[in-house]
Structures are given as C-alpha cells and as structure tokens.
Design a protein around this ligand. Structure first.
Ligand SMILES: [Fe+2]
Length: 125
C-alpha cells in the first residue's frame, strides 16, 4: 500500500517590498557574491532572518538547507543552544555552467512556523 505523505506548505514573502514582522523573522537572508568563477569554491551565508529569529528551547530554527538549481548542497541541523540561526555553505559551481546564471535556494524550518524559502540568482563566469 502506498504511503501518503502530506506535503508541507513552504512559505515565502507575500509582498517582498513590504514584509510583515513574521516574514522578516523567517525568510532566509542569502549573502553570496553577485558573480563567481566556475570551478572556484565560494561561501554562501544564510541567516534567519532580516530580524534575527529567536533560538529558544520552545521556539527555534531546526535546520537550514541550500540548493543550487534544485540540487541540494547540504542541510545544517541547528539546536536551540545556538546563538544565531545561521549556516555557511561552501559551494563550487561546475565549469559546464560558465556563462550562465544559477539559482541559489535557501530553505529553513522553524519548529512552530514551518518552512520558509528564498532565492538568489548569481552569474557564473
Ligand atoms: Fe518561528
């Protein structure tokens, strides 16, 4: 018998120009170079969020994931003992993508408010 898995809704900004307080606390902030050279490693910092999310036992960010064009780079598990809800990912883009734009996607999960995502496009030379 096939198992039915409920797909969890992923939240994003309703109006990116006018974020609510809840959105500011949950939408991942992606810091990455605007353009990068293929084959060279670079760091991507993901912070939650524009207003730092609390890291308390009853309310915290459980994990942060980073994707490159739908391929998962990594997942960083966080605990409430962490001071800040943030993670740094080291990414290397394949030389076959030189001359193109790639899409970074950050996804995070709050134990109370669910999953939130943000995107960022970067140019590859
Ligand atoms: Fe939350």
């Amino acid at each position: 018998m096939a198992e039915i898995v409920a797909e969890e809704k992923i939240n994003k900004a309703v109006d990116p120009q006018n974020l609510s307080e809840g959105e500011k606390k949950h939408i991942p902030e992606i810091t990455a170079p605007e353009s990068i050279a293929s084959g060279e490693a670079f760091d991507v910092l993901v912070e939650v969020g524009l207003i730092p999310h609390v890291m308390e036992e009853k309310h915290y960010i459980e994990w942060i994931e980073l994707y490159l064009n739908d391929k998962k780079i990594d997942r960083v598990e966080l605990s409430p003992e962490r001071k800040k809800a943030e993670a740094t990912f080291t990414v290397k883009i394949d030389k076959s993508l030189a001359g193109k734009s790639v899409n970074l996607r950050a996804l995070e999960h709050c134990n109370i408010h669910g999953s939130w995502e943000e995107f960022r496009s970067i140019k590859v030379s």
